[in-house]
Design a protein around this ligand. Structure first.
Ligand code: SF4
Length: 332
């Protein structure tokens, strides 16, 4: 497997009246070809800003990418002229959003929207694009694909609309698909079907997928590797197997305890108390300290670095042997 996407020291934020307000604080990670990577965190953790930065859809009058590199197949997307980036969007890198209605034009038929994308990126004639679109709709499991080509978005259910979006986004065979909460707006049964579909498509096409979600259950279903974000920082990164067997960061453990489990008799979920800090008012030290059930004095003073143990890393003082020893002595 090779690096398809490499994000290096990405710093993004908002331009405000009082100057630059950072939201993502120098994060680095990669996605390999043929790999599904989950980017997980509560809303406000910076994961959507990260995905929009990769697509360069964030850098407008208020949003600003202040530093870092986004290497796609070795080329820094941040140095591309807008014209080249527009060509890459849809063809090389594609994005699926949470609410499929916002990604579809309500006044155009599904067929017209699909044909236009395909003709633009693959240079096909209208007739070829029509046939090709039907094939893609069939690939994502849409029954009566020919009929759906004539339908308007509002005539389809939420699950069908998300299938259409997936068909549209994979129609130009992108190497990287970014899916931002693709199943959140759907009911549980449809969610499972859409996740299964994404997994099948990934296996068939060998594309890399960056799956943005607040839901660890979604990650457990299909991801190979997981990156947990909190307050604009990566706080844990591991293979999905390692993360679920041995979560190291108290935030990850909290997310796991908050996730509903099939067969669980508990009627109340343990949720993490408090909320993600406001970028305007970050706590000193570890950004999770005000919510952390095992915070130590040092946590309120000094922010830990991301510490690696093989391929598993976490940003927590509990992983620092010296700090741990000191703490044990104090409590002895
Ligand atoms: Fe909790 Fe301290 Fe670890 Fe932060 S560094 S997660 S406050 S134990």
């Amino acid at each position: 497997m090779s690096d398809l996407l490499q994000v290096k020291n990405l710093k993004t934020g908002f331009q405000t009246e009082n100057g630059f307000l950072p939201v993502v604080h120098g994060i680095s990670f990669h996605v390999n070809q043929g790999e599904i990577v989950g980017l997980v965190g509560e809303s406000g953790s910076g994961k959507s800003v990260t995905s929009l930065s990769i697509m360069r859809l964030f850098h407008d009058t208020r949003g600003k990418i202040a530093d870092g590199e986004i290497l796609y197949k070795g080329e820094n997307l941040l140095t591309f002229p807008e014209k080249k980036m527009t060509k890459y969007r849809g063809k090389e890198l594609s994005m699926i959003f949470q609410e499929p209605m916002t990604a579809l034009n309500p006044v155009l038929t599904i067929g017209k929207q699909m044909r236009e994308t395909i003709m633009l990126h693959l240079g096909m004639s209208k007739k070829e694009a029509h046939q090709y679109a039907i094939e893609k709709l069939k690939l994502v499991g849409i029954p009566r694909a020919e009929q759906v080509m004539e339908d308007y978005p509002h005539q389809l259910s939420g699950g069908m609309r998300q299938r259409v979006i997936i068909a549209m986004q994979i129609s130009c065979n992108p190497s990287l698909l970014i899916a931002d909460e693709p199943t959140t707006a759907l009911d549980v049964t449809i969610q499972a079907q859409i996740l299964k579909l994404m997994e099948e498509i990934q296996e068939k096409t060998n594309m890399g997928i960056l799956l943005i979600t607040h839901d660890l259950g979604v990650v457990a279903e299909i991801c190979d590797r997981v990156i947990v974000m909190y307050a604009g920082r990566i706080v844990e990164e591991a293979s999905a197997v390692d993360l679920f067997e041995n979560p190291k960061h108290p935030y990850t453990k909290g997310l796991m305890e908050s996730a509903p489990k099939i067969g669980s008799k508990k009627d109340r979920l343990n949720s993490i108390t408090g909320t993600v800090p406001n970028p305007n008012n970050m706590p000193k030290g570890c950004k999770f300290a005000p919510r952390c059930p095992v915070a130590m004095p040092i946590c309120h003073e000094k922010e830990p670095e991301l510490m690696a143990d093989g391929n598993h890393s976490a940003r927590c003082w509990l992983l620092d042997e010296e700090v741990k020893k000191k703490e044990e002595m104090l409590n002895a």
